[in-house]
Design a protein around this ligand. Structure first.
Ligand code: HEC
Ligand code: HEC
Length: 211
């Protein structure tokens, strides 16, 4: 009797120390959520979370949890417009989205070639990335996105480890103002100041760092 009472106490106290998230993010990621609008993330973002370059689906693995949560909430509010992700974000609860973000942030990131700022920049993509174009008030991308574009904290996401297709599409969404979710319109200003050739070149440059 005593033992079973102890077992009961253990089970009950265990229930109180459960993590705050009642949902299983792994299940949502690979099978979808109870709400049919929550399509399994792996369908588009890959089982390893590294994305599908040809389709323009971004990598989520290894992105900072707070950046991921912010993007999901921006899709939900519409400050980041996208016909595929908006309904999915709207179908995700706040808890689901936080739990997914924490899980995704722990998934392995792709390897990235180290390039320091001292490197002699060649070609329009690398020159923008490492030197910027200060005559047009464009800072070098690595000033915010970190060396080799690996990202800095939860505010500045990694650029390396994403495909050229995805990077280019984001620069274009800022130019078209369907993405207007960054504070002070830093990226909006930068994207609108770039030429088409520069958008292509700088997207290819960062994509090639993880090949
Ligand atoms: C049907 C395909 C599809 C499914 C399923 C899907 N996504 Fe996406 N996701 C996309 C596309 C396309 C984009 C790029 C949107 C854009 O261009 O702004 C994206 C972008 C994102 C981003 C932004 C990444 C970044 O670097 O800013 C996050 C976060 C995200 N998805 C999370 C999720 C989560 C979590 C799930 C599962 C609940 C999910 N997605 C399911 C297609 C999908
Ligand atoms: C002054 C700081 C700053 C500089 C310089 C900067 N960025 Fe950004 N960038 C940001 C911020 C902040 C975000 C995230 C905005 C948000 O919250 O969605 C971002 C996001 C991005 C994204 C979206 C990534 C994703 O996962 O969706 C791309 C692509 C990008 N920047 C490209 C560039 C390129 C290319 C350059 C150089 C020409 C550059 N950035 C320079 C601040 C900067």
């Amino acid at each position: 009797m005593k033992i079973s009472r102890w077992a009961l106490v253990c089970i009950l106290s265990g229930a109180f120390t459960e993590p705050a998230f009642a949902v299983d993010p792994q299940q949502i990621f690979s099978q979808g959520g109870p709400n049919p609008g929550v399509i399994a993330c792996s369908t588009c973002h890959g089982a390893d979370g590294l994305g599908m370059p040809a389709a323009g689906f971004p990598r989520l693995a290894g992105l900072p949890a707070d950046y991921l949560t912010k993007q999901i909430s921006d899709f939900r509010s519409g400050t980041r417009g996208n016909p595929i992700m908006q309904p999915i974000a709207q179908a995700l609860s706040e808890d689901d989205s936080k739990a997914l973000a924490v899980m995704l942030a722990k998934m392995p990131s792709p390897a990235v070639k180290p390039v320091t700022r001292a490197h002699a920049a060649k070609g329009p993509g690398e020159i923008l990335a490492l030197r910027g174009a200060w005559d047009r008030n464009i800072p070098e991308c690595v000033a915010c996105h970190g060396p080799s574009g690996i990202g800095v904290g939860a505010t500045f996401p990694p650029l390396s480890g994403q495909s050229a297709q995805y990077l280019k599409s984001q620069l274009n969404t800022w130019r078209q103002q369907t993405r207007k979710n960054d504070q002070d319109d830093l990226m909006g200003h930068i994207a609108r100041s770039l030429t088409d050739t520069e958008v292509e070149a700088v997207s290819q440059y960062f994509a090639d760092l993880s090949k």
